[in-house]
Every structure is written in structure tokens, then in C-alpha cells.
Design a protein around this ligand. Structure first.
Ligand code: DX5
Ligand code: ZN
Length: 221
């Protein structure tokens, strides 16, 4: 389906990891109706993180159900080898982990060659020093606010300084980078992250636990 990324300063991307795995297409439609800016899809390989989730065909099924922007978060080793499949299935942005490959630049280049936006993710414990050289080389940096692998974990406040430092560097260099946060995002932690400079918020359990998806999404803006 054609993808439309709605323009709003803060983008809210619910994580379908907290959705109904028996009805991903239905949940994708519900998120679209509820005003989400896109859908975050967590791909885990059981090696880079101790959990297994979805593969490219599930991304294809979600893509056929919605016009929303599909934000694919790869928590897998050898991300390079799977980019083409995720691109063909309709991913709009492909984010992979700095810690999962030695080919960061090649992987970014290949994602872009496939016509997609490239995101680079950093675990909470990865030092800030690793980040600056990539700010001008990718479309988005994902600063994990929990240890990747599972939904429903507690937000790690120690990442807030990293968000602030990253945004400050971007502003100083005139780089209009998207900074995404993912993990433990609620109405309260969203505020802290946005104040520090994040503009793309992923939220799984918080959004899906609300009585109304629309109100849950709105409360994060
Ligand atoms: C965790 C995933 C997240 C997860 C967030 O490794 O990357 O996208 O779905 O879930 P919550 O919002 O419940 O922390
Ligand atoms: Zn994620």
C-alpha cells in the first residue's frame, strides 16, 4: 500500500509487539484509525536478544492492511543479510543495532540503496562516544531506553543525558536528525524524552493498555 507519513513534530509509533499476534492486520488498522504516525515492528532473532518475534512476511501482512509508515526495528545479528527482504515486504525505515554488526556504514548504504530510510540503534549501555560520527550518516538514531528484547520493561532514566547530548550535537552541526526512544515510554517518560530532544516515540504496553488507543496515543504528544 502507499505509505503516508503524517507531519507532526512529535511522531508516535505504537509497537505492535504489544498487539494481538493472532490479528496483526486488525491491530494495524485500529492503530491507523486511532491516529498513530506509523507502526513500530520489533524483529528479534533469539541471539542478539533472548527473544524471537516476527519475520519479513509478518511485515508484508501488516503492510497490506495499512497505509501507515512501517518502522522496522531489527534486533538481529547480520542485519545486512535481511534488509532486502524487509524492504520488499514494505518496511519504510529499517533500524539495526550498532552492536549487531561490524558493517555499520555498508548496512546504512544498502538500506538507502533499497530506497528506505536508515536508522541506527544503540543499547542503553553503549557509550555516547560511539554515536557522534554517525549523526550525519543516517536518517534516525534510536536510543534504547530499556535493554532490547522484551516489552513492558521499566524506562531507564540514565539514557536521558544521552538524548540531550545527541540533540545538542545535532543542533550545533545543523543536522535535522530524528531521535527515537523505545522502551518504557508512557505519558510521563515521553515528556522527559521530548524535553531532552527526542521527537519519535515508540510505545508498546502503555498504548495497548489504555481503554482507547486514540487517547493513549494522544496522551504521548
Ligand atoms: C523492546 C522493543 C520495544 C518494545 C517496547 O526491545 O524494542 O519496541 O515493544 O515496549 P514497551 O513500550 O512496552 O516498553
Ligand atoms: Zn523496538
Amino acid at each position: 500500500m502507499t505509505t503516508v507519513m503524517k507531519k507532526s513534530t512529535i511522531q508516535i509509533l505504537p509497537s505492535i509487539l504489544s498487539g494481538d499476534f493472532g490479528n496483526l492486520a486488525g491491530d494495524a488498522k485500529r492503530l491507523e484509525e486511532a491516529g498513530a504516525d506509523g507502526i513500530h515492528i520489533d524483529i528479534m532473532d533469539g541471539h542478539f536478544v533472548p527473544n524471537l518475534t516476527l519475520g519479513p512476511r509478518a511485515v508484508g501482512a501488516i503492510n497490506r492492511a495499512t497505509n501507515l509508515f512501517l518502522d522496522v526495528h531489527l534486533m538481529i545479528y547480520n542485519p545486512f543479510d535481511y534488509i532486502e527482504q524487509f524492504a520488499q515486504e514494505g518496511a519504510d525505515r529499517i533500524t539495526f543495532h550498532f552492536e549487531a554488526t561490524e558493517d555499520v556504514d555498508d548496512t546504512i548504504a544498502f538500506i538507502r540503496k533499497c530506497g528506505k530510510k536508515a536508522g541506527l540503534a544503540f543499547r542503553p549501555e553503549t557509550s555516547f562516544e560511539m554515536i557522534p560520527k554517525y549523526l550525519s550518516r543516517c536518517d534516525m538514531v534510536l536510543l534504547m531506553t530499556v535493554s532490547p528484547g522484551f516489552g513492558g520493561q521499566q524506562f531507564m532514566p540514565e539514557v536521558v543525558d544521552k538524548i540531550r547530548l545527541t540533540r545538542e550535537l545535532c543542533d550545533r552541526a545543523g543536522i535535522p536528525l530524528d531521535i527515537q526512544v523505545d522502551g518504557g515510554i508512557t505519558d510521563k517518560t515521553a515528556k522527559v524524552c521530548v524535553e531532552a530532544g527526542a521527537n519519535v516515540l515508540v510505545s508498546g504496553s502503555y498504548v495497548f493498555e489504555q481503554k482507547s488507543l486514540a487517547k493513549g496515543i494522544e496522551s504521548l504528544r
